[in-house]
Design a binder for this molecule. Structure first.
Ligand code: SIN
Length: 271
């Protein structure tokens, strides 16, 4: 297995066939590389959906995506096309409105537009490290309210019976409090743990203070210096740690079709 580091995060991994990982050693080697580089890119893998979910299961129990239409699914197909325009062009971490947000994602390109449709990841650890000691000390005292509904609410409002579904969803997934600065369970490194999709507010601050602080932190997380960008090909697999990175799907290919498939590994309580 060859590893070529890219930017402050991210590495291209070659000489590995993810269909045939030869036992625990190679899984551990890849896990160590994820801990070090946070995002890994593997070219020419061409796994089918079952192979992708089986691969993810080598790294931990599956995370099942609470979905709005079919209740649960462990392989998520992310497709955008002329009828469903791209919508993931906001930096975010996934599903942080849950008590145990997913840890790892395995995302594979299936149909890739001729041009555009890249994904960008940013390093929430480097973002935290770039701050002053006084700011870090202050942030370490804070918790944030995260909620799935914060992201899903506009979707319910477009549906017939959306209000009933929203109440049910609210009961199943109440808001949750997480520390604003998270410590990685493997490396012990700290990172900013806030995102535009699911972080509603900073607890204990006034609304305008909370908005200003979050907006400042998003500006830091989104600095190009803290990012790496992937140009997809069909068969490319990106693996990333959702605990300490944010990602953004560039929406520059409409009306072309872009299809990816994704499996995920369950995470732990945030601390
Ligand atoms: C995601 O936001 O999980 C998907 C990223 C992508 O479509 O590139």
């Amino acid at each position: 297995m060859n590893i070529k580091p890219l930017n402050v995060l991210g590495a291209e991994v070659s000489n590995v066939d993810l269909k045939a990982l030869s036992g625990r050693n190679s899984v551990q080697e890849i896990q160590d590389a994820i801990d070090k580089y946070k995002v890994l890119f593997f070219r020419d893998q061409n796994l089918d959906g079952d192979e992708l979910t089986n691969l993810a299961k080598e790294f931990g129990p599956p995370f099942v995506q609470p979905a709005l239409s079919e209740k649960y699914q462990d392989l998520l197909v992310i497709e955008t096309n002329s009828e469903k325009p791209p919508y993931l062009n906001t930096f975010h971490q996934d599903m942080t409105g849950l008590e145990e947000p997913p840890a790892l994602f395995f995302l594979e390109g299936v149909i890739i537009p001729d041009s555009g449709g890249d994904t960008i990841w940013s390093c929430n650890e480097t973002a935290y490290e770039s701050l002053s000691t006084s700011m870090k000390e202050f942030l370490n005292t804070l918790n944030c309210k995260h909620s799935l509904l914060y992201y899903y609410e506009p979707i319910f409002s477009k549906w017939e019976h959306g209000q009933e579904k929203k109440l049910e969803f609210q009961k199943d997934f109440p808001p949750i409090s997480h520390p604003l600065v998270r410590t990685h369970p493997h490396t012990g490194k700290k990172c900013l743990f806030v995102n535009k999709f699911f972080t509603e507010s900073v607890e204990g601050l006034k609304e305008d203070e909370s908005k200003a602080l979050l907006s400042f932190l998003y500006g830091v997380i989104e600095k190009p210096e803290f990012c790496v960008r992937l140009k997809w090909e069909s068969g490319t697999i990106a693996v990333w740690d959702n605990r300490c990175t944010s990602h953004y799907a560039v929406a520059d290919y409409y009306p072309e079709t872009r299809r990816l498939q994704r499996a995920a590994v369950a995470g732990e309580k945030v601390s």
